[in-house]
Design a protein around this ligand. Structure first.
Ligand SMILES: *[C@@H]1O[C@H](CO)[C@@H](O)[C@H](O)[C@H]1NC(C)=O
Ligand SMILES: *[C@@H]1O[C@H](CO)[C@@H](O)[C@H](O)[C@H]1NC(C)=O
Ligand SMILES: *[C@@H]1O[C@H](CO)[C@@H](O)[C@H](O)[C@H]1NC(C)=O
Ligand SMILES: *[C@@H]1O[C@H](CO)[C@@H](O)[C@H](O)[C@H]1NC(C)=O
Ligand SMILES: *[C@@H]1O[C@H](CO)[C@@H](O)[C@H](O)[C@H]1NC(C)=O
Ligand SMILES: *[C@@H]1O[C@H](CO)[C@@H](O)[C@H](O)[C@H]1NC(C)=O
Ligand SMILES: *[C@@H]1O[C@H](CO)[C@@H](O)[C@H](O)[C@H]1NC(C)=O
Ligand SMILES: *[C@@H]1O[C@H](CO)[C@@H](O)[C@H](O)[C@H]1NC(C)=O
Ligand SMILES: *[C@@H]1O[C@H](CO)[C@@H](O)[C@H](O)[C@H]1NC(C)=O
Ligand SMILES: *[C@@H]1O[C@H](CO)[C@@H](O)[C@H](O)[C@H]1NC(C)=O
Ligand SMILES: *[C@@H]1O[C@H](CO)[C@@H](O)[C@H](O)[C@H]1NC(C)=O
Length: 286
């Protein structure tokens, strides 16, 4: 292949990469609440890991310093698909107060599991999750320092980033699952439709299951009557080859035979007393 060909190939590849992986979005600090274990150094309280302010520890007064061993936990207002966590330490001469910290991620079941940092320097520790992960709590834990020159764990900010919004009709890790809501989006983790109404032919909280056999349409509340009990199309109720069970008509086989008719294809006529109609399936007169 020519050089030009390779360049085009790489450019197309790059554009595809960019268009499929949108940048993660920072979770607002108002969606996060903070708890902690152990005592702060004067006013360097745990909440300061979530105050939206970054800078030098002494100059900004925006860091938390907790006596080791310590932990600070950030609890989200719901489960998010987290992609990146950035933890900032203090940038001044006391930066060893940022040493020996670990990161744990948890779900709503109170579980906690340690995850490694993907990049670390003296003031910033970052974890990038290549596969976005369902996270409800984030705990930063500071063990005792063997050097024992410092007794505090100082964290200036914990920033969390979630997976970018999926296109309408998608949810879940990498937006790989489908929901079929009537209107509006579905929740990014569970797929629950908001409002809770499905497109015709779909059911379940995430509207990701087709109607049960023999039912179709809005809320799966219509019943179809196909020939030999085969199931109809879950959306519009059409029966295979438009063949209905005896006594039923129209493509969706959910309409009874017209007055005075009954049976397969509604092709039989009945002649009841005083012109009344017969049963649309059996042809029985009243
Ligand atoms: C969130 O950050 C803003 C500054 O960006 C700050 O004023 C506010 O107090 C913070 N909220 C919480 C809950 O910490
Ligand atoms: C640490 O890494 C961050 C980015 O990850 C960079 O902005 C910062 O300058 C680095 N600091 C040091 C002291 O290397
Ligand atoms: C999500 O996509 C990333 C790369 O974009 C991939 O590494 C990861 O395995 C995917 N996760 C799942 C659960 O498919
Ligand atoms: C880090 O903390 C742990 C738990 O307190 C401790 O066992 C370990 O020795 C510490 N490591 C360093 C390098 O201080
Ligand atoms: C560190 O120092 C404190 C007080 O100065 C002391 O109580 C503690 O036992 C020391 N810890 C270690 C691991 O040496
Ligand atoms: C439907 O949604 C639920 C909840 O998100 C999920 O557990 C299930 O796997 C989904 N089913 C399909 C077929 O995608
Ligand atoms: C479907 O269900 C919703 C909520 O229960 C209801 O408001 C709506 O009227 C139903 N539609 C039909 C056609 O049954
Ligand atoms: C069709 O299915 C229904 C319910 O499953 C059953 O009661 C009926 O006997 C079936 N009819 C035929 C012709 O198979
Ligand atoms: C079934 O088809 C008939 C005739 O086309 C239509 O009037 C009716 O609304 C359909 N029923 C449902 C539940 O879609
Ligand atoms: C009903 O219609 C189908 C298809 O048009 C045909 O094959 C079948 O013989 C008809 N049945 C009766 C009893 O007319
Ligand atoms: C026959 O039908 C007509 C009109 O529906 C009604 O008025 C009349 O009483 C019926 N006669 C009998 C004998 O049922």
């Amino acid at each position: 292949m020519s050089t030009k060909g390779w360049i085009i190939l790489f450019t197309v590849g790059f554009l595809l990469e960019v268009s499929t992986a949108a940048d993660p979005i920072q979770i607002l600090n108002s969606s996060i609440s903070v708890t902690s274990k152990s005592n702060p150094w004067v006013d360097m309280v745990a909440d300061k890991v979530n105050d939206g302010r970054v800078g030098g520890a002494d100059s900004c007064k925006c860091c938390a310093a907790l006596e080791r061993p310590a932990w600070v936990q950030l609890t989200l207002d719901k489960t998010y698909l987290v992609e990146k966590i950035i933890i900032l330490g203090r940038p001044d001469i006391y930066r060893q107060q940022f040493d020996n910290i670990t990161l744990l991620l948890g779900g709503q079941d109170q579980s906690l599991e340690g995850v490694a940092f993907t990049s670390v320097n003296t003031t910033v520790k970052t974890t990038i999750l290549t596969s976005p992960r369902e996270v409800y709590t984030v705990r930063v834990s500071g063990g005792e320092l063997t050097t024992n020159t410092t007794r505090h764990m100082t964290i200036c900010e914990v920033m969390m980033y979630r997976q970018a919004d999926c296109l309408p009709g998608k949810y879940g890790v990498n937006c790989s699952k489908e929901c079929h809501c009537r209107a509006g989006p579905c929740e990014s983790v569970t797929g629950t439709c908001i409002p809770a109404l499905c497109k015709d032919g779909w059911r379940g909280p995430a509207c990701n299951e087709t109607c049960n056999p023999g039912t179709f349409g809005t809320n799966c509340s219509s019943i179809c009557h196909c020939y030999e009990n085969v199931t109809c199309h879950h959306t519009d109720g059409t029966c295979p080859n438009n063949q209905c069970a005896a006594g039923w008509a129209h493509n969706n086989c959910s309409v009874a035979c017209d007055y005075g008719h009954f049976g397969e294809n509604c092709s039989s006529a009945c002649h009841c007393y005083n012109g009344s109609s017969c049963h649309h399936v059996s042809g029985k007169c009243p």
